[in-house]
Design a protein around this ligand. Structure first.
Ligand code: SF4
Length: 478
């Protein structure tokens, strides 16, 4: 059968999509990027907040049209929406044939009908770009007339390993590696622990084997992800596991950047900072979602940190890792957030001068413990606070980016820019793909460079968050 996939949500979901595609291809199914050409359409959904749920529903309905007008016989809904609303989806959207939760992704082949008649010859590169929002691939078996809801009430326990087939949907030179799944925290605003189950770490050996195989395929940058990356190993009583993993990955030939995403403030130990400082391939990049800076709000959010503790931690990180890039996210408008709470947050952002800040407005999600509180901050106030905090941060970044002009930097070329054929997109060590701003390479012959190449360039200008640069000499860097 031909299988099409739409992957929504975060990189953790993307890895699940890559695993489902890998399993389907291994079973002999063919993959297609054209939803009209697919026998089976899989929508891997996100259910983090209302906006994400709406996008998931819209995409499911859009794909459902292909059951009426295309060759699609089977519509599969997988991922967080599947986990959270199994029964409702099957009941409310009759076109949905199969619902898979987050712990069921390894059952995709059985769910869509087992082994295909003959092995596929498509996707010889193993690279199938997934589309976020517009359709993609693959074929399927007989139509199922009754929605088939896979799996029951138990919390998910599945996590893939180095042997699991996986088709990379990212550009060839970088890949995500999920080092753990699930979360043991109980942040009041978050539904993830219910959807993804308890924290479970993969073994170091499995992760290093996967990274080695990725490097052999030309991957230069690996991004270590999980719900809480600094908790790695702690579920198995192994404190120090993350530092050990970083050192082991640093020794993998071919890798040039190892980047961690989603660290948690109370589990970044000195051992991790020491491993980062001594491992030349580990990016000096700390992604640390702090969510707020007012002690009262943090307490209601059921986060263990305090403002004073955060300030001490950030000072310690900057002391141990000079030149480190700090990224964080905040939620504004959490129930009970006062003007004073917000002022505390804003002055914290002003004082710390983070490199990258994301600001979200609080979304009142059923199934979270915060749902029992009154969602009392008006939507307009939430938006105002979001705008004000982003303006504060923009002024900081604009000034800091301007100060880079005239300096030489090492960049990783990502590929052609969407805006102009003579411009290339590139990133600094302090810029993660998809979430951070970019460096635009101008004044160069784009055909002389390729994706995944490291170059030396001089910063020639800045515009708010973005930088402009031109290659220096041959441009080739180590
Ligand atoms: S650490 Fe908190 S916010 Fe992050 S996934 Fe776990 S419960 Fe959710």
């Amino acid at each position: 059968m031909k299988i099409g996939m739409v992957s929504l949500g975060c990189p953790k979901n993307l890895v699940d999509s890559e695993v489902m595609l890998g399993l389907a291809q291994q079973a002999g199914h063919e993959l297609t990027r054209d939803p009209a050409d697919a026998d089976v359409l899989v929508v891997n959904t996100c259910a983090f907040i209302d906006k994400a749920k709406q996008e998931s529903i819209d995409t499911i309905l859009e794909m459902a049209e292909h059951k009426k007008n295309g060759r699609c016989t089977t519509l599969v809904v997988a991922g967080c929406m599947g986990e959270r609303y199994r029964e409702e989806l099957a009941r409310e959207i009759p076109e949905v044939d199969i619902v898979l939760g987050t712990g069921d992704i390894d059952t995709i082949v059985n769910a869509i009908g087992g082994r295909a008649a003959s092995p596929s010859t498509s996707s010889p590169s193993g690279l199938v770009p997934l589309l976020r929002g517009d359709g993609t691939v693959a074929g399927s078996p007989a139509s199922v007339t009754q929605p088939h809801v896979i799996a029951g009430q138990a919390l998910p326990t599945y996590i893939y390993d180095a042997e699991t087939p996986r088709l990379l949907a990212t550009p060839r030179h970088y890949a995500y590696i999920k080092i753990a799944e699930g979360c043991d925290y109980k942040c009041a605003f978050c539904i993830i622990p219910t959807l993804r189950g308890h924290y479970r770490s993969r073994s170091q050996e499995s992760i290093v084997r996967e990274a080695t195989a990725l490097a052999a395929r030309g991957v230069k940058e690996v991004l270590l992800i999980s719900q809480d990356t600094s908790f790695y190993g702690i579920d198995q009583g192994h404190r120090g596991a993350l530092a050990s993993l970083l050192r082991a990955l640093n020794a993998v030939d071919g890798l040039q950047w190892i980047r961690m995403l989603y660290l948690y403030p109370t589990t970044i130990g000195d051992d991790v900072l020491a491993a980062m400082a001594e491992s030349d391939k580990v990016c000096r990049y700390i992604d640390l979602p702090l969510q707020h800076a007012s002690d009262a709000v943090l307490k209601r959010m059921k986060r263990p940190g305090t403002l004073a503790g955060y300030e001490r931690l950030l000072a310690r990180i900057r002391e141990r890792l000079p030149g480190v890039t700090l990224r964080t996210t905040f939620i504004v408008g959490f129930p009970g957030e006062t003007d004073d709470d917000f002022a505390t947050l804003q002055s914290f952002v002003r004082r710390i001068e983070f490199d990258h800040v994301g600001v979200f407005t609080y979304s009142h999600e059923e199934g979270t413990s915060a749902h029992t509180l009154v969602d009392d901050v008006p939507a307009a106030t939430k938006r105002q606070r979001q705008k004000a905090l982003m303006a504060t941060q923009k002024a900081i970044v604009t000034r800091r980016q301007r100060a880079r002009v005239g300096h030489q930097v090492r960049l990783l070329v990502d590929g052609p820019s969407d805006d102009h054929e003579l411009v290339l997109r590139a990133r600094l060590e302090g810029q993660a793909p998809d979430i951070d701003p970019l460096v635009y390479l101008t004044e160069c012959d784009p055909s002389a460079y390729h994706s995944g190449q490291f170059i030396t360039a001089e910063v020639t200008g800045s515009k708010a968050y973005d930088l402009f640069a031109r290659p220096v000499g041959t441009g080739v860097a180590g």
